[in-house]
Design a protein around this ligand. Structure first.
Ligand code: ADP
Ligand code: MG
Length: 702
């Protein structure tokens, strides 16, 4: 149960003063719908109103807070002219200027004959001090409050800065004192304030330096978030391991036979990964291993090897892919080998319904299927294995931690836990993989199968569109096939689709007269799986020569005849994504080429990023460099990546804190495994604050 002290954090923003039905949707869009979302909405700038000169001494071009006596109002003679108000102090005169000023309002707030405080940009007009639209107008009593430093928050259209700042103030007033969860010695060494103090300080910057990610309050808040992330991952991992593994040993019969079937020798990296996995599976601990390797590095064979080990040991294995296309392709790749080895493989996707599905599930429960390949349809409750020992999860950064656990839970209780092997083609930098997977064991396929030439990668400007179409045509006329990837539009999937559909029809018009009807196909994420499969099959089978696609192809389809990939609006993709996309071509022995089409001039960072892409074919290096150049949020195209989206921590800036948080989390659980000490209980509050409730459920209550 969430502790009561955190109730304010989870209250809706509509409970805040000034955040009514009109503003709440705007605030929610900007920051989120709960009070704590406003706590994390940190200022991006500040306005210093502490400069309080006399009028004659005021420096023009600077924000000044001035006390003056109001002399006269000069309403405009025609509405287009400004409303002017004259005032003075002991040193000189000041004119206040208002365009479209409302007379009644101005007369009330700046009454003639009285003293008032105004704050805003002071300028000289014809040599006379003038202030156009003061930002703030106040009475003398309010001056101390006014003449301070105001935080400036990131905004959204329709929300006035002052309005938002006030709502955030109300949210901050609700921030509770929470028990300290940091190690006192570490906190002292870092000179970090307490949580609430840090939060308030982060919202009250006094100098530009206070806005930086390295300022002490912001570091502290980022660390809290990272610590909660690492602690939660450790708890989940410990739970998985505790579900006890089972020593799985095979006699090598199937794996040996597989090696003889393969037309090529395994690479050294594959052998090494096989050995690491076999070691994990043989141990009594549950395996939790991440298999990382570029597209085309041969992960599928490593997965098959592991699954055959499970089958040799008399158990079952499952392999889950994020899309139907990919699940099918895995099944098609693996089936011929399995058939020859006498291993029974079946495919289960969301499309299987009715009698056929029931029959398949019966065979599965009876142990008449050895390997089941599928989509998340494998999670459904009625999918019952006879004896599942290994779950392979492909490209799993699209699945959440919870889903990983879900498949692992399909093992038989009496027989021990399910080993988990996670495969990802995205070479995730160490820092990022820590946040997404915690300390999973990692096998890397750094070496690619021989005979691969790097994909020839070039950039072209969108102005040369017709040249690109010409290049596509030539490729197709020489018997090759081409992918055309359409822009990823951040705002909505709908616009992605519109762009892809439009491109599809214009390419059809440009190419089909010469290349023949049906030679340009389209596939996107909103098609039914039958439509997708039809389009993919047309392309794989060669009826379609050009496949226009949104990024659904990213996740691993294999068409050896494809040698060119055109990526439109390449500037909108992450480097790792571009690298993955280009890995789709040149897989069939013929060299591959990639055209990155850009709109508009390229900035320095964009140029530097592309240079890396042209220079290296090493996905791990690309990912590290991209992280360095752009920051974590964008590296993987977070929108789809499923990687944690930190609110406060920025891995490019706070990478060292992540390592510290990991060590801290380890030590905490070593000393206080159930978070039962005083600090442990404070850490539970931290976990709740960052909504790691699912991890808390793995603790004994107390
Ligand atoms: P990944 O899943 O890592 O993208 P795949 O397992 O699909 O890579 O392998 C890519 C291609 O390389 C497949 O066509 C596969 O048959 C082939 N392949 C795998 N291992 C080897 C190897 N050791 N030598 C040569 N080709 C290999
Ligand atoms: Mg693959």
């Amino acid at each position: 149960m969430r502790p009561e002290s955190l109730f304010p954090a989870f209250a809706p923003i509509t409970s805040l003063k000034g955040c009514g039905p009109r503003l709440a949707p705007l605030v929610e869009k900007l920051a989120g719908g709960r009070v704590q979302d406003l706590w994390w909405h940190l200022p991006s700038g500040l306005i210093d109103r502490r400069y309080r000169p006399r009028i004659a001494e005021a420096e023009p071009g600077r924000i000044a807070t001035i006390t003056l006596t109001i002399d006269r109002h000069l309403p405009p003679r025609t509405p287009r002219l400004p409303y002017k108000i004259l005032g003075h102090d002991g040193s000189g005169k000041l004119t206040l200027v208002f365009f479209n000023g409302r007379e009644d309002f101005l007369k009330r707030s700046l009454p003639a004959g009285e003293q008032r405080v105004v704050s805003g940009m002071l300028e000289l007009f014809d040599g006379q001090p003038q202030m156009t639209h003061p930002d703030r107008i106040a009475t003398l009593e309010e001056i101390d409050q006014l003449a301070s430093v105001e935080p400036v928050y990131p905004l959204t259209a329709g929300l006035a800065p002052r309005t938002l700042a006030k709502i955030i103030d109300h949210a901050l007033a609700r921030a509770p004192e929470l028990p300290e969860w940091l190690d006192p010695a570490y906190q002292r060494q870092q000179r970090w304030p307490g949580w609430r103090e840090a939060l308030l300080a982060a919202h009250r910057p006094e100098h530009a330096a206070d806005l930086e990610k390295h300022s002490l309050p912001r570091q502290r808040l980022a660390y809290d978030e990272l610590l909660s992330n690492q602690l939660a991952l450790l708890l989940i991992r410990r739970r998985l391991k505790r579900l006890s593994g089972r020593p799985l040993k095979g006699d090598g019969r199937l794996r040996g036979a597989l090696e003889k079937l393969l037309p090529w020798p395994l690479t050294g990296a594959q052998r090494q990964a096989n050995a690491e996995i076999a070691g994990d599976m043989a141990s009594a601990n549950r395996m939790l291993r991440l298999l990382q390797g570029d597209v085309g590095s041969g992960k599928t064979m490593v997965a098959l090897n592991a699954m055959l080990l499970a089958v040799e040991a008399g158990a079952q294995a499952a392999m889950m892919a994020p899309t139907e296309i990919l699940a099918r392709q895995h099944a098609e790749t693996l089936k011929p080998y399995c058939d020859k080895l006498g291993v029974r493989l079946a495919l289960l996707t969301g499309r299987d319904k009715g009698k056929a599905r029931v029959a398949l599930l019966e065979r599965l429960a009876a142990g008449e299927i050895d390997i089941l390949v599928g989509t998340h349809a494998l999670f459904q409750d009625d999918v019952v294995f006879h004896d599942l020992a290994l779950a392979v999860i492909d490209e799993q950064h699209r699945f959440g931690v919870g889903q990983r656990l879900g498949l692992a839970a399909k093992g038989q209780r009496d027989k021990g836990g399910v080993d988990v092997l996670v495969m990802t083609a995205t070479p995730i930098p160490r820092t990022l993989s820590l946040t997404a997977y915690g300390d999973m064991d990692v096998s890397k396929l750094t070496e690619k199968p021989p005979g691969r030439t790097p994909v020839d990668t070039r950039t072209v400007s969108a102005d040369r569109f017709m040249d690109v179409v010409g290049a596509v045509k030539r490729k197709i006329q020489s018997g090759e096939r081409v992918y055309w990837v359409c822009p990823l539009v951040e705002e909505s999937e709908q616009s992605d689709l519109a762009a892809a559909a439009e491109r599809h029809s214009s390419l059809k018009q440009a190419l089909e007269p010469e290349l023949g009807e049906g030679s340009v196909a389209l596939v996107h994420g909103q098609m039914s799986s039958a439509e997708k499969d039809a389009a993919m099959e047309a392309f794989a089978g060669g009826r379609a020569k050009l496949l226009v696609a949104t990024t659904v192809i990213e996740v691993g389809v294999d068409v050896p005849e494809a040698t060119l990939i055109v990526i439109e609006h390449a500037e909108r993709f992450g480097l790792a994504q571009l690298h993955q996309l280009r890995g789709r071509v040149g897989r069939g022995g013929r060299p591959g080429a990639c055209l990155l089409v850009f709109s508009g001039p390229l900035g320095e960072t964009a140029k530097a990023r592309l240079k890396i892409l042209r220079e290296t074919d090493d996905g791990f290096r690309i990912a590290e460099e991209d992280l360095r150049l752009r920051g974590a949020g964008e590296v993987l195209g977070t929108r789809q990546s499923g990687l944690p989206d930190f609110k406060l921590a920025d891995l490019a800036a706070h990478g060292e804190l992540l390592a510290a948080a990991r060590d801290d989390a380890r030590l905490i659980l070593e000393r206080d495994p159930e978070l039962a000490t005083e600090r442990g209980r404070a850490l539970r509050v931290l976990l709740y604050l960052f909504e790691r409730d699912s991890a808390i459920q793995y603790l004994r209550s107390g």
